[in-house]
Design a protein around this ligand. Structure first.
Ligand code: MV4
Length: 457
């Protein structure tokens, strides 16, 4: 039976994004929400809505039993997890499939493999992806660590196998600090993930974060949709993403894209995935794979004309990929600004009631957001409240349009990161695309220093 009713196990803009794709395919939707989200836009638009628990995500959006029950009660035949929450939870994916509900995501075994960064790296290496030089798998013995580190050369980076979001990660500048710093990383990893398995890598000092979008049909066919450049990050939170990357040539795009697509085909990967690389001195180094749809997927949609959520749903329904690699045309440039309800200087969250809301529009401007005037942003979840995605024939045209679109956005009642984006768009390095993963935090530190000097005089 074809999918006819999708339960959306998420909230906010991504829940709305999934609802829209489903309705465009003639598929009904079921919203599940916490008591704090009863007034959310996607809950209003969905065909059915089920309250699954109190505000705390652990008791609602992460509550396996509540979500499966909601699916059974409403007769949903598929679950889309969005990003975050249960999207990379292999056990939940197993449970969904055991209930004969279609999981709109990768095979649970692949979620599991890629969730373990040591396993992920081994798999990627075996499939021919270029790796960061480092230990061959996990290392637990300090003598062995010193040996590996001496071989690859300092500085090295100790990473947690269960890591992610930069937790349980320590740069080790020299051998005399190895034991102390690895122990610190292990303590952090144990506290965060209950697992202190570590591996070592050569520390790349100033790379860019380049990620490739892939899709597989689960039966040995796979395509890539090019890369996104997500180097502008603060504390492992992306702020601004673009496609294509300003530094990747069409030749490199198709060469690396071909390698990742072949790897996914060999794995018989199913659904959407993102292969993350660090890129330094013209070379790619695999670091991780995300087995989910990503926040920044719309920039890829803008330059390929494909609907990635539609593609996910089709694949979960057992259909073939809707396009062949040779039919995918990359055209123009797209940039996404993540708009958060937070102070643009201190980054303190700013939840509260939206007193007035007007979103940007016009040619090639897309706003993915569940906001409306009178809506109250609850304090319990992520502060991202909107994504502004702008397309242009050229990067310059895209930047001009982005500036224009940011001027049009009006969000009153809470502080937002819009002024931060407007400031970023004045920076010569941003305008020229000359930035790495360190750029934003260094610029923010400079900005804070200048602000302090000004207030002291
Ligand atoms: C690295 C690295 C430098 N060298 N690995 C950060 C989180 C995790 N996804 C991997 N991360 C990094 N791994 C080696 N061998 C620097 C980072 C890193 C980073 C990567 C992508 C985007 C932003 C970042 C910010 C700080 C550190």
């Amino acid at each position: 039976m074809a999918i006819s009713r999708i339960l959306i196990a998420n909230r906010g803009e991504i829940a709305l994004r999934i609802h829209r794709a489903a309705h465009e395919m003639g598929i009904e939707t079921v919203a599940v929400h916490s008591t704090a989200d009863a007034d959310a836009m996607h809950v209003r638009l969905a065909d059915h809505a089920v309250c699954i628990g109190p505000p705390a995500a652990s008791e609602s959006y992460l509550n396996h039993a509540a979500i499966i029950s909601a699916a059974e009660i409403t007769g949903a035949d598929a679950i889309h997890p969005g990003y975050g929450f249960l999207s990379e939870n292999a056990k939940f994916a197993d449970i969904v499939e055991a209930h004969d509900i279609k999981w709109i995501g990768p095979k649970p075994e692949h979620i599991r493999t890629m969730g373990d960064k040591v396993q992920a790296k081994k798999t990627a290496g075996a499939l021919g992806l270029p790796l960061v030089p480092g230990s061959d798998g996990a290392v637990s013995d300090f003598d062995e660590m010193r040996e590996v580190a001496a071989e690859i050369g300092y500085p090295v980076l100790a990473k947690a196998a269960s890591g992610g979001g930069g937790r349980g990660m320590k740069v080790i500048p020299s051998e005399d600090q190895l034991e102390t710093l690895v122990k610190q990383a292990q303590n952090e990893a144990m506290a965060a993930f209950g697992d202190d398995t570590m591996y070592l890598e050569k520390y790349l000092g100033n790379p860019r974060h380049i990620e490739f979008q892939v899709f597989g049909d689960g039966r040995g066919n796979a395509i890539h949709l090019g890369e996104r450049d997500c180097s502008l990050q603060r504390r492992h939170q992306k702020v601004f993403e673009e496609a294509p990357s300003p530094v990747i040539s069409q030749e490199d795009r198709m060469r690396m894209g071909g390698i990742v697509a072949d790897a996914m085909a060999t794995m018989e990967y199913r659904g959407a995935g993102t292969i993350e690389f660090l890129w330094e001195d013209g070379k790619f180094y695999f670091i991780e794979m995300n087995t989910r749809l990503q926040v920044e997927h719309p920039v890829t949609e803008a330059i390929t004309g494909m609907d990635l959520v539609r593609e996910q749903i089709r694949i979960a329904d057992g259909k073939d990929l809707s396009v062949k690699q040779e039919d995918i045309v990359f055209s123009g440039h797209a940039i996404e600004c993540r708009i958060n309800a937070e102070d643009p200087f201190t980054f303190a969250p700013s939840p509260g009631k939206i007193e007035y809301y007007h979103q940007a529009g016009g040619m090639h401007v897309r706003v993915d957001s569940g906001l409306y005037a009178g809506y109250t942003i609850p304090p319990y979840y992520d502060s991202m409240i909107a994504k502004l995605i702008v397309y242009g024939r050229t990067r310059e045209g895209c930047l001009m349009r982005l500036r224009r679109a940011l001027e049009e956005m009006v969000i009153q009642g809470v502080k937002t990161s819009i002024p931060l984006h407007q400031e970023l768009l004045k920076q010569p390095d941003v305008l020229s695309g000359d930035y790495t993963i360190k750029w934003l935090e260094e610029w923010l530190a400079e900005r804070a220093k200048a602000e302090n000097a000004a207030s002291e005089s």
